[in-house]
Design a protein around this ligand. Structure first.
Ligand code: GRF
Length: 196
């Protein structure tokens, strides 16, 4: 089975959705480990609760971003990780890390890309008063929030919505879309599937 490393910095609700999908066998993969850059992340508790190994590593201990990511890469190789799944990981990866896992890093973004790139996509869509936004799952390339799109779902913004209700709607869609998109993506690797 494909081995996933899920990267989180915070609450980890998408991580939870992935854990649940794996447990229900809707997502046919193993979560090899969860990589985290923030000791306060609630995502760590989720990992512990489900006995998923964690690799908590602070970027502050390294001189450069490259050194930090080299350490992570080493662990990913040791753990034979096939696919990196970003789930609220609040760091931009360097081109060398992206090259090391070329076409094997996925991300979920809370907007209908290419609209509202960046770290405040939900708020930005809300403030722009658009009538619809969405959720996008894409492959990570060196251009932030711009890699090939794997899956997208629309989210309508009604007159009755508040920023909070919009956030809720988007997260609900994320939790459905991400495990589905990862599963579809995994099926595009026939050789690995046959060998398990
Ligand atoms: C999600 O909205 C995701 O789209 C974005 O970061 C947020 C992470 O939330 N990349 P959570 O940590 O999964 O709850």
């Amino acid at each position: 089975m494909m081995r996933l490393a899920v990267f989180c910095s915070g609450y980890g609700s998408n991580f939870q959705a992935i854990i649940d999908a794996v447990r229900k066998k809707k997502l046919r993969a193993d979560i090899a480990l969860m990589v985290c850059d923030n000791p306060k992340a609630f995502a760590l508790k989720r990992a512990h609760r489900h006995e998923i190994p964690t690799f908590l590593i602070s970027p502050k201990l390294f001189k450069t971003r490259e050194d930090y990511e080299k350490m992570i890469t080493r662990v990913l190789k040791l753990e034979k990780v096939d696919v990196v799944v970003l789930a609220g990981f609040m760091r931009i990866l360097t081109p060398s890390f992206i090259r090391a896992f070329r076409n094997r890093i996925l991300n979920i973004h809370p907007s209908w890309l290419p609209h509202f790139k960046g770290a405040h996509a939900i708020r930005d869509a809300w403030q722009a008063r658009v009538k619809e936004t969405g959720v996008t799952v894409h492959i990570v390339t060196k251009d932030v929030d711009a890699g090939p799109i794997l899956a997208q779902k629309r989210v309508l913004i009604s007159n009755r919505d508040t920023l909070e209700s919009l956030e809720k709607k988007i997260h609900t869609i994320e939790h459905e879309l991400y495990p589905e998109a990862i599963q579809k993506y995994i099926l595009s690797f026939p050789r690995k599937r046959e060998s398990t």
